[in-house]
Every structure is written in C-alpha cells, then in structure tokens.
Write a protein of this length. Structure first.
Length: 244
C-alpha cells in the first residue's frame, strides 16, 4: 500500500500575492524589481492613480496609462521593493519624470497566521450587517474615520460592544477574492485607547476563521497596527497609491 505525504498548505505569503495579483486586474507577477503593468481598472489604487503593493521582498505596480507605467518602471529599477512603498523615496525618484501630486498610504498589510484552535473571541453581541447599530456608531465619527474603518461595507455580521444602550465598538469584514476576509473595525472616539478594538475585532476574526477565510488587516495608524499585532497578525507588506 502506497503512503503519500499530504500536500503542503499554501503559504500565507502566496495567498496574499494571489489576492493582490487578482485585484490588479491584469496579469502581473510579484517580482524584484517590481512587476509593472498598465491597468486602468486596477483595484490597488483609486482610478487614475498608480498603485504599489509589496508582499515580502517582491512587489507589483499598476499604472493608469503607458506614461505612468514608464515612470514607475524606471523607479522600480532604481529602488528596492521596500523603498517603492516609501512615499519620500518614491516622490524623490519620480520628481524628474512624473512628479507626485498626491499620496495615499503607506498602509501596512497584515495577515493572521495563528491556528483556529488558538483563537478565543471576547464576549460580544452579533447583529446582521444591515442592522441600524453599526450605522449609529458610524454617525458619531467624521467621514475620514468612517472611510478608514470600512465598517459600512462589511458583508459579514457585525460584532458589537455596548456601554448601556450605546454601541461603542463594532467590527466585521468584507469578503474579498481568494477567500480573504478584509477586517473592518471602529471604536467611538471617546472610548479609544482602552482595548475595545482588540476585543470586538477578535469576534470578527473568529467568524472569518470559522468560515475558512484568511483574515487581512490593512492599517495606516500605528494604533491600528498595534491592535493587529495583539491579535496575532503578522505584517507581510505594504500598499501605497500615488497620483502623478
């Protein structure tokens, strides 16, 4: 009787690269120097911008047109993949060919590699994603905080923490391609820096793991990155968008 070793699980880095390759909207491979393509419909960045995503020691770049791709390809030949997601280094390198007029990011890209059995969610309340409770919390913050949280876009149930009758923290996730769960978390401004983000996010992460999804945490503020690390997420790369 033949005995076969089970096939190795796809690594988190490989899964993350497959996700961002698909979001690029055009066939491109993570490489060093970074792979650069013209992809006007890329989801790596806003329309008309160039997007850079680094995972590990390789990266991909999408540009809105041939001129932008030429400029980014030249930059990729001069900078390491890590430097490509450094706004100051990229801006300096592009200054002579395609000056940068606006920047978004960089945002850290973090993924959970912890096994399901090791993850225990905190107590929480669960409601449908179209329930009025998450909307009530969103109404307490400004547009920038609401957009950063992504809470209005979740496709999972919403997981809540209340103080009396008021929702003070909520989390959920958006189902992305390649079985990725993009985590979304928001805490009321007057209740921040008290550990509530980690508590409520643990419930959303647990739900994603039960569904067989790979949790992804995209964070710009240091506080958000710290919450992700506390939950066991590992920072594998970064995302940067530039408008030339």
């Amino acid at each position: 009787m033949d005995h076969h070793e089970p096939a190795p699980a796809t690594s988190t880095v490989t899964r993350a690269r497959a996700l961002w390759t698909e979001l690029a909207g055009f066939q491109v491979e993570f490489a060093s120097p970074a792979g650069v393509v013209v992809a006007p419909g890329s989801l790596l960045c806003p329309p008309g911008w160039a997007g850079v995503v680094r995972i590990g020691d390789t990266a991909v770049v999408t540009a809105p047109d041939a001129r932008g791709a030429e400029a980014m390809r030249d930059a990729a030949g001069k900078l390491s993949c890590e430097e490509l997601v450094d706004p100051a280094r990229l801006r300096e390198t592009l200054s002579g060919t395609a000056p940068v007029v606006d920047v978004l990011g960089p945002a850290a890209l973090c993924y959970l590699e912890r096994g399901r059995d090791a993850f225990v969610p905190a107590p929480h309340e669960r409601v449908a994603n179209d329930d009025s409770a998450p909307a009530a919390l969103l109404a307490t913050v400004g547009a920038a905080d609401a957009d950063e949280s992504g809470l209005a876009e979740i496709t999972s149930p919403a997981f809540l923490l209340r103080d009396g009758g008021d929702v003070v923290a909520a989390a959920g996730y958006v189902a992305w391609p390649r079985s990725v769960a993009h985590m979304c978390v928001l805490v009321a401004p007057h209740r921040r820096r008290r550990g509530l983000a980690r508590l409520v996010a643990s419930a959303a992460v647990s739900h994603a793991l039960d569904a067989g999804l790979l949790p992804q945490w995209r964070a710009r503020p240091y506080a958000s990155r710290r919450v992700a690390a506390g939950l066991g997420f590992r920072e594998l790369g970064a995302q940067l968008s530039v408008r030339m």
